[in-house]
Design a protein around this ligand. Structure first.
Ligand code: GSH
Length: 213
């Protein structure tokens, strides 16, 4: 099975971590931002990463890909089966993919992606406004939601944790860290989830590429 993209995308990283937690072999082939082999363009009609290939089956979108991986290999379970926990897990993935990444993306895109990879200036005022105004309520919400167990749903690792933790690696790459004094549960959550073997190797590789110590 092939995943097309770059682990620096929070959607790609989440998908890689999901597969790794299930010990499913996934080969990462570089693609995105206009690059990538013809198969990437076939699998992702609008050029967004990640895209996916399993034989002649092609698919785009991290949530769609994760749905496929989960159906192919249900164990270990990462999307709970109990109705309320299952629905909450999907809520957290949606929160991460749209609200949290929507905010983080303004910082990451304008401070790093635009100047470094697209050769144009980013909108630094938009990045600063997102960090100052949009981010704090999201961090407050997460701090109030993480259970004493350190997980978001069912007091165990689920897709919810993988989806929410992933964009915090992008924030770390641009030096944005939640204040540990104000957000102790969130700080511990981020360290624990991104420190798992399913994430740690990718995070380490990205730190080297982005020159973060
Ligand atoms: N809903 C999609 C979002 C994918 C997405 O927006 N990927 C970004 C990178 S983080 C991308 O490929 N952007 C390039 C573009 O929009 O052309 C998913 O979950 O996979």
């Amino acid at each position: 099975m092939i995943l097309y993209g770059n682990s620096a995308s929070p959607y790609v990283r989440k998908t890689l971590a999901f597969a790794a937690e299930k010990a499913m072999p996934l080969e990462l082939v570089a693609a995105g931002l206009g690059g990538g082999p013809p198969e990437f363009k076939l699998a992702s009609p609008f050029g967004k990463m990640p895209a996916f290939q399993d034989g002649d089956f092609m698919l785009a979108d991290s949530t769609a890909i994760i749905t496929y991986l989960d159906a192919v290999q249900p164990e270990p379970n990462l999307i709970p089966l109990a109705p309320k926990a299952r629905a909450k897990t999907i809520w957290w993935e949606e929160f991460a993919d749209t609200i949290l990444i929507g905010c983080m993306g303004k910082m990451f895109f304008n401070r790093v992606v635009a100047p470094r990879f697209l050769g144009r200036e980013g909108d630094l005022a938009a990045a600063d406004a997102a960090e100052k105004n949009e981010l704090p309520p999201l961090l407050d919400y997460l701090e109030a939601s993480i259970a004493a167990s350190g997980f978001l749903v069912e007091d165990r690792l689920t897709l919810a944790d993988l989806a929410v933790a992933s964009p915090f690696q992008n924030m770390a790459l641009i030096g944005v860290h939640p204040d540990a004094a104000r957000y102790p549960k969130l700080t511990a959550f981020i360290a624990a989830i991104l420190g798992r073997p399913s994430f740690a190797g990718w995070c380490e590789q990205e730190r080297k590429i982005f020159g973060v110590t």
